[in-house]
Design a binder for this molecule. Sequence first.
Ligand code: GLC
Ligand code: MG
Length: 719
Amino acid sequence: MSNVRGLYIALISVHGLIRGTNPELGRDADTGGQVQYVLDLARALSERPDVDRVELMTRQILSTNVGTQYGEPIEQIADKAWIVRLPCGPNRYLHKETLWPYMPQFTDEALQHFRRIRRVPDVVHSHYADAGVVGVRLSKLLGATLVHTGHSLGKSKQLRLLDKGLAPETIEKRYRMTRRIAAEEAVLEAADLVIASTDQEVEEQWGQYLGGSPSRMLVIPPGVDLSRFRPPRRGNPPPAVAANIDRFFSQPKKPLILALQRPDERKNLATLIRAYAEHDELKSRANLALVIGTRDDITKLPKAQRTILTEMLMLIDRYDLHGSVAYPKSHHPDDVPDLYRLAAMRRGVFVNPALTEPFGLTLIESAASGLPVVATDDGGPSAIIGACRNGLLVNALDAGEIADALHEVLVDSGAWRRRSKSGVRGAHGFSWSGHVDRYLKAVRRRLRSRVRRRPTEVPRHPLVLADRLLVCDIDYTLTGDHAALDRFRGWLDAHRGEVAFGIATGRVLSNTIRALKQWRIPRPDVLITAVGSEVYYGRRRFVDDVGWRRLIDRRWEPERLREVLAAVRGLRLQPKADQRPFKLSYFIDPKKAPPIAEIRRRIRSAELDAKLIYSHEAYLDLLPARASKGGALKYLAHRWGLPLEHLLVAGDSGNDTEMLTSGAFGVIVGNYSPELEALRGEPGVYFATAKYADGILEGIEHFGFVDGSESAGDDIDEG
Ligand code: GLC
Ligand code: MG
C-alpha cells in the first residue's frame, strides 16, 4: 500500500432523497440544503489531484413512490465521485426522525462496501446527527479520521419549539430529541474535526453542548457553486424569466427589489411587504418581486404555507400594490441565476429579511451575480456582507429600517456599482473550491498528527483489506509448545498482508493481553474474549464492538442463574476477575456434578435461558443464548463481509466447539480435550495429528487455506 495514493473520503448523509442529476430539493423537509451541500462537497473534493476517491454514502430507497435512481446501489456523479446507496431498514422512504434504529445496519453495510472495493477510507465525514452515529462507529472500527458537520442541531431546535409553546413530550415524540442530542454529543466528542458554517453556529449552537474542544472546530461556510451565478454582461438582453416577472409590473424598467425565499414564517415576508408599501419614495422608485416557492393551488397547501401566502395576497391588495409587486406562481430552479441577473440588470437589490439567518446561501448567490443586498443582522448575513462588502444589515423586526436600507442602496448609483463589483469578488471566497482548500488543509493536519500520536496503529484496517481471516484459541492451541509457536509466528509474518489474524479465548481482555505478552503471540487484529461474549479490535488500543454486546443482550439474568446454580453440586464460582457482564463462570468437578444436560434442564425449569459451555472437564461457562466463540465469529464474518469459506479457526477444547462447526474451516489440534471427540466426522472439521501451534499449521496446509486463494485487491470494482 503506497502512501503516494490520494485520499479516499467517505461522506455519509443518510436521510432525504439524494441523486446526482436534478436533485429534488424541496420535495420534502429532509431533501433540502443538506442534500445540495453534500453533492457539491463530494464533487468539489473529487476535483483535487490529491483526492482519488470520494463517495457519498446514503440510504437506498426501493419504492415506486420515488424515482428508481434512489434504488441504484451506485451512481457516478463526477470523475472520481460516486453516490453509494446502502440498504438501511425497510425499502420505502422514511423520514429522518424514524431512521435511528437502522444506523447499526448502515454501519455494517458500509463496512461490507469497503471490503468489496478493498479500500479503507482515510476520512469519514458524517453529516447531521443520524450519520454521526455511523461516523463514530466507523472511525473507531477503521481508525479513520472523523469529520462531522451538524447542519442543524437538536438543542437549538428544541429551544425554538419550546419557545413556540410546544409541550416537551410532543417535541420528544415528534422529533426523537433525546436520541438526536445524544448522537450529537457523541459525535462532538469523537470527531477529529467539526465543520461549522458560521462562528455563530460554533458559539450559540455547538456552545450548548459539552465536550467539544474549540481547537477541533473549523468554520468554513458552505461553498456556492458559482459557475451558474455571474453578473449580467453589458448589452445582453433580459433573460427569458423576465417575462414571468414583468407581466405584473406597469413599469418593468424600474429597479427591482428581489426576494427569493420559501414560504416559511421565519422568512418574515409580511414585514417586507409592509416595509415596501409604507415607504412612498421606495415604492415609486422600485418594483418588488416576491418569488416565494412554487404553488399550484394555495388552498391545497399545508396550513402554515397557506397562511403566509394568503396574507401576502391580502397585504398586496390592502396597500394596493398592483402593478408594482410581482408574485409568480412558479419558477424553475434553473431560473434562479437569471432572477438575480435580471435584478442586477435593473440596478436592483436583493433582500433577505428573515428573523434569523444562520447562513444565507441566497446572499452569496446574489453577490456573485453582482446584485447588492439588504439582509437581517444575524450570523450568516453579517459574515457574508462583511466579506463581500455588498450591502447593508438591518433589524428584521423594523419595517422602517428595512425600507430605508433598500432605498439607500438603490439611490446612490456610485455606491451601487462599488457594491456590485466587490460582491462578485468577495463571493469567490465562498466558492466550493475555496471551501475545499481549507477543508483539505485541516484534514491533512489531522491525519499527520494522528500518525504522530499513534505511529504503530495500522491505519488501513486488515479486516477490510485482507482476503482471509485466521482465528485461533489461545490456551493449548497457540500456547503449549514454544518451538511450534515460533514456527507459527514465522508463517503468519509471511502471510499477514493477505491473512488477518484473530484470537478467540475464554479469557477476559486483561488476562488475554497478559497471555499474548507472555507467549509473544503476534498482535491480533481482532479479539474474541470471555468465551465469545466480547469482541475487540486493534493491536494496541482496543475498541469494543458494542454492536455485538447489543446483539447478545437478550433474556440474560445472571443473578437468577446464580441462584439456581447455587443448589447444584460440584460447581464453584470462578474468581470475580473472571466474571464479565455476559459471562458467568464456574469451576466444575465432573465427578461430583450432575451431567450438563441435567444442569441445563434445571435452568429451563426456572424459566431462564443461557448457553452452557463445558471445557477441559474443568470449566462451565454460562453466556446469553446467542453468545459463543462461534456466534462471535459469524457476527464478525457478517459485519465485515467476509465469506465463511475465507475463515479458518483452530481450537482444542469445548468452548471452541461452536466456532469449529460454524461453517469456517475448523482445525482441532492434536492435543485436544476429550469433549471435542464428538466432532469427529463433522464436515469441514479437521483433526490434526501435530500438537499445539504445529497443529494449526497442519490444518492450514490440509485445507490449502492460502495457496488456493486468488490474489486480492488488485482491481477495484468501481461499480
Ligand atoms: C478461560 C477463562 C475461564 C473460562 C475458561 C473456559 O480459562 O479464564 O473463565 O471458564 O476459559 O471457557
Ligand atoms: Mg484452549
